[in-house]
Design a binder for this molecule. Structure first.
Ligand code: HXC
Length: 272
């Protein structure tokens, strides 16, 4: 499977083994492609993890598979967790603390999206996506705040680049991601005095992800490749590496930033 990591990640990577020994990461959307690979990298580097999703079977299966990556790794899969519902998240935090001890890192990655012209997008559809993406991100921060404060933790919000310019058929998700970037910065300022870091990662076109497969129609994929200055799609491992960097001590003075990992795709003037 191209979009999961194996032990080779450690052999080929610049990161120090055991970098995250003793750390626990709490990941919403952790059974999806990007957030799963982020979790895999952290687990390979020593962390224990909890992944949360709406689909119990998918979430528990992913947790079991991630746990096989490192002997002794503890990875909890909590299904039936809808980030729109803060009670689901607070229950998941309680269970994590009970079973894994504490939470150091949080990845707010759960998202929902589809292509829709504004003219056919219903108010309920707009609300649904902003509730999953933006309110879900807020709920995740809110539910994990006590743990983040206690352990001088770090939250990473998974954003996007689709709100950097007007992108058709994405009014719902773009508005939500713009709100997430704003939340990232506000929390960096409000929670910084407590030792909490708040950053974002904005993936560009990443191959093999649900977002790219579902949201970029086949006929414009080839054209979109030509518009990426680095000349290729990104890989999930490149998002994982950005995550490792931000959670590592190398980024201890970095907060309130959105790290764009997109091969300069959005800045490409020919892509306007
Ligand atoms: C127009 C749509 C629609 C579509 C749903 N709706 N799909 N409208 N086009 N394709 C409308 C429905 O008609 C309804 O409005 C409203 O949205 C709510 O739909 P539900 O199905 O009831 O919502 P729910 O079951 O909560 O599903 C959430 C979802 C769904 C987001 C709509 O697509 C989903 O669960 N997706 C899986 C997660 C996902 O999308 N992952 C990929 C994320 S990728 P009405 O008016 O009829 O009541 C990503 C990357 C971003 O985020 C960056 C990309 C570059």
């Amino acid at each position: 499977m191209p979009n999961t990591l194996g032990p080779d990640y450690l052999k080929n990577s610049v990161w120090k083994p055991h970098l995250f020994d003793g750390k626990v990461v709490f990941v919403t959307g952790g059974a999806g492609t990007i957030c799963r690979v982020q979790t895999e990298a952290l687990v390979l580097l020593g962390a224990n993890a909890v992944i949360l999703g709406r689909n119990p079977a998918k979430t528990e299966k992913a947790a079991k598979e991630i746990a096989t990556l490192r002997p002794g790794a503890k990875v909890l899969g909590i299904g039936n967790c809808d980030v729109r519902n803060i009670e689901n998240l607070t229950a998941a935090v309680d269970r994590t603390v009970k079973e894994l001890g504490h939470i150091d890192f949080v990845i707010a990655g759960a998202a929902g999206n589809f292509l829709s012209p504004f003219t056919s997008l219903s108010s309920n559809a707009f609300r649904t996506v902003t509730e999953i993406d933006l309110i879900g991100a807020f709920n995740t921060a809110k539910a994990t705040y006590d743990q983040l404060r206690e352990h001088k933790g770090h939250i990473i919000f998974v954003s996007a680049t689709l709100h950097y310019k007007g992108l058709p058929f994405q009014s719902h998700a773009a508005a939500a991601k713009a709100g997430i970037d704003s939340l990232t910065k506000t929390l960096a300022v409000e929670l910084g005095p407590m030792g909490i870091q708040s950053n974002g990662i904005a993936p560009g076109p990443i191959e093999g992800t649900e977002g790219f497969d579902r949201l970029v129609p086949e006929d414009i994929r080839q054209r979109s490749l030509e518009l990426i200055p680095l000349g290729r799609l990104g890989k999930t491992v490149e998002i994982a590496d950005a995550t490792v960097y931000l959670f590592s001590p190398a980024a201890s003075y970095v907060t309130g930033q959105i790290l764009v990992v997109d091969g300069a795709e959005w800045q490409s003037t020919s892509g306007a």
